[in-house]
Design a protein around this ligand. Structure first.
Ligand code: ADP
Length: 450
């Protein structure tokens, strides 16, 4: 419940955090965009006042003269031939198109701005636009309006440099001169880069920390599951032999059993076998806590490795009533190695008993010891159930058992391979595994032997 609450709160915090970051990115972008637009507005306004004061020009004189001549032509040549209203609408459209092209072809402002803005060190990738708001002919009969689009607002992404209002001999006009920054986004990006990088970095750091927290939460959950599995398995492992011993003890007290020497021997054997099993279990647990101590040092002695291996195999077969067929191949000859004999024995015995435990048919096991450079390489190969590849990376972890869906099919605490790994490590070596589900498994122990 607590964990779910934590998850819900952290998820909400994450969403809020991301929303704030996105808001920050958007507002930084807008801010920089406004700054750039303002900079260009100021620049163009300064440019225009410079042009007017220093060069006594606004860049449109020539365009106005040409337009005036054109208006004169309209008044004197076209107007007298006009028939109905549609004629005057067509004339208005024609005049507007023509005036647009006259203004575009004759204006000098754009080329001036390119050098003015360029010499100030700013980007000159812009396009200029002209938008006529009013156009009227000054005919002898009064003003004839050809266009009135003053209600249209210039687009938001354009800079309105100036609105010109002019009245000449034959016409009057009002138009906006606009600049459109073609690489505006690139300019904004360049300006906002530092802030964007900071925001992104903080986002990445927070997400990374969250991922770490999430991982440790999952790990904690996995450990608590392992712990409860272990307690279940442990209870089961301890209770079974104890129950058997109790029942056997009670049986011995019965006269019928006590009077039959054969039964007494059988019951005593049962008790001794179960006690041995309990003893091994407790020893493994105690050994593990010993092996986990940093200062642990194996008590090594020099032994002929092939002879030791043969002894281990033989005593394993005796203890399990010849439960498997074991073949040995020892390429180490009379080579000696320094090992801690009890731990080394426990390590190989563990692998052998797993090979028997995880085999559905008659276990056939191949054991080998060979030299590879200065290393001694020991393998234990079985024909058992094998291990699915997704579990191979975990089987050496403490308490890890491959899930079977049927918890007590094979008994165990998930400590055997962990124990084996620790013993191999205590000898400065390592253990690896390869397996083919349904075919068998090979464990390889490599121990350096200097
Ligand atoms: P335990 O045997 O007590 O479960 P181990 O640490 O010895 O614990 O083994 C961990 C898991 O690895 C086992 O649960 C089993 O599924 C798998 N395993 C170990 N040895 C073998 C083997 N020889 N063949 C198939 N599976 C094995």
């Amino acid at each position: 419940m607590k964990r779910q609450l934590f998850l819900a709160v952290s998820l909400a915090a994450l969403i809020l955090f991301l929303a704030v970051q996105i808001f920050l990115i958007v507002s930084t972008w807008r801010q920089k965009e406004e700054i750039i637009m303002m900079r260009y507005s100021t620049l163009t306004r300064d440019g225009l006042s410079y042009l007017i004061t220093e060069r006594k020009s606004d860049g449109f004189e020539q365009a106005m003269d040409v337009t005036d001549r054109f208006a004169d032509y309209l008044i004197n040549e076209e107007l007298p031939t006009l028939g109905d209203e549609s004629d005057s609408t067509a004339l208005g459209r024609l005049a507007l198109t023509e005036v647009y092209s006259i203004l575009r072809d004759n204006e000098l402002l754009t080329s001036f701005y390119r050098s003015f803005i360029g010499s100030a060190g700013y980007d000159t990738d812009f396009i200029s636009h002209i938008a006529i708001a009013h156009l009227g002919l000054l005919t002898p009969g009064g003003l004839m309006v050809l266009a009135d689009t003053s209600y249209l607002r210039p687009a938001r992404n354009m800079i309105v440099v100036n609105t010109f209002r002019e009245e000449h001999n034959n016409f009057m006009i009002e138009f906006h001169y606009l600049l459109d920054l073609t690489h505006r986004n690139r300019l904004v990006f360049r300006e906002a880069l530092a802030s964007l990088a900071l925001i992104t970095a903080s986002m990445v750091i927070v997400l990374f920390l969250l991922a770490l927290a999430w991982r440790s939460l999952l790990e904690e959950r996995r450990l608590s599951e392992l712990k409860s599995d272990f307690i279940n398995n442990m209870t089961h492992e301890l209770k079974t032999p104890l129950a058997t011993i109790t029942v056997a003890g009670k049986a011995l007290q019965k006269e019928q059993v006590a009077a039959d020497p054969q039964k007494v021997i059988e019951t005593a054997e049962l008790i001794s076998k179960q006690s041995l099993h309990l003893n091994q279990l407790i020893n493994t647990i105690l050994d593990i806590s010993l092996l986990e101590r940093e200062e642990f040092q194996p008590d090594r002695s020099r032994v002929v490795i092939s002879e030791l291996m043969q002894q281990i195999v033989a005593s394993f077969l005796t203890s399990c009533d010849q439960c498997a067929v074991i073949t040995g191949e020892y390429g180490t000859g009379k080579r000696e190695a320094e090992v801690d004999v009890p731990y080394f024995t426990a390590m190989i015995t563990n692998l052998l008993s797993n090979a028997v435990k995880y085999c559905d048919g008659k276990p056939e096991i191949r054991v080998s010891a060979n030299l590879s450079g200065d290393d001694i390489v020991i393998t234990v190969t079985d024909n058992g159930t094998g291990i699915p590849s997704e579990h191979l990376g975990h089987i050496f972890d403490k308490f890890y058992r491959v899930p079977t869906g049927n918890i007590h099919k094979t008994k165990g605490l998930g400590l055997g391979l962990y124990y084996v790994r620790r013993i191999a490590a205590a000898h400065g070596g390592e253990i690896t595994v390869t397996s083919r589900p349904g075919r068998g498994t090979t464990f390889t122990i490599t121990i350096p032997n200097h």
